[in-house]
Design a protein around this ligand. Sequence first.
Ligand code: ADP
Ligand code: MG
Length: 277
Amino acid sequence: MNARTARIARGATGDRPPAPPPALHVEDVTVRFAGLTALGAVSLTVAPGSVHALIGPNGAGKSTCFNVLSGLYRPESGRVRLGDTELTGLAPHRIAALGVARTFQNIVTTEGTVADNLMLGRHALSRAGFAASALHLPRAVREQRAHRDRVREIAELTGLAAHFDTPVALLSYGDRKRVEFARALCLEPRVLLLDEPVAGMNGAERARTAEAIAAVRARLGLSVLLVEHDMGLVMRLADEVTVLDFGRTLAHGSPDEVRAHPEVLRAYLGVPGEDPV
Ligand SMILES: Nc1ncnc2c1ncn2[C@@H]1O[C@H](COP(=O)(O)OP(=O)(O)O)[C@@H](O)[C@H]1O
Ligand SMILES: [Mg+2]
């Protein structure tokens, strides 16, 4: 059993949180699209077990940064590392297997129950294989049961336990978005990339999701890189904030430092009546 499998098995029994993940390093990453610099030598570090928020106006380069981190885009220059492991240029499934999982800005879940959707998230981790599962071999049955227990724990952590056997199509928008979040957690990531997890939600749904993010971070000990427009949520959850503007780092620091940063104030926060950041 390697360290990752051991951690997953531990998770299934609900033991204490695993050791903190390695730091995620983005170093001097540059991405250009037909002459437009979407990211110009951007660097940031997601410290082990921290929530790091990436904010900035539309077009700042936030999603491009996520796409580089998750392997969808290859940077023109610069590197991405998880601890000492080089992630730059790896295929998305390899990066996910190394423990970096993401959610997308749009909901992609509509079929089956919440439990079905979360079990789908476990398939990448399944060791017994489909043939053994189909034949109901004892090891496969045991493994399915362990996955099911873990999936139930994740549903509890993310506030979805009451909807475990509900078809996703019947859920509210906010609950469906949290299914996406929970499904990413089913991969047992060490670093979770959340792209606008509360976009389009009402106040109550936002509060529930914020609670779920805080609970997940505390219980699972993973790191989170959070892209979000809701400044209240960012200020409440983040340990560190990086502000991007036109593909450049405008400011970096604690939420209070960033909030008081003259450039940030001038550019985003200080203009009444405008959409903050
Ligand atoms: N696949 C792409 N092809 C061309 N331009 C792109 C592509 N993806 C993003 N861009 C451009 O790169 C810039 C950064 O976009 P994006 O990373 O989506 O910003 P954000 O997520 O901060 O709103 C924008 O000007 C956008 O139009
Ligand atoms: Mg975006």
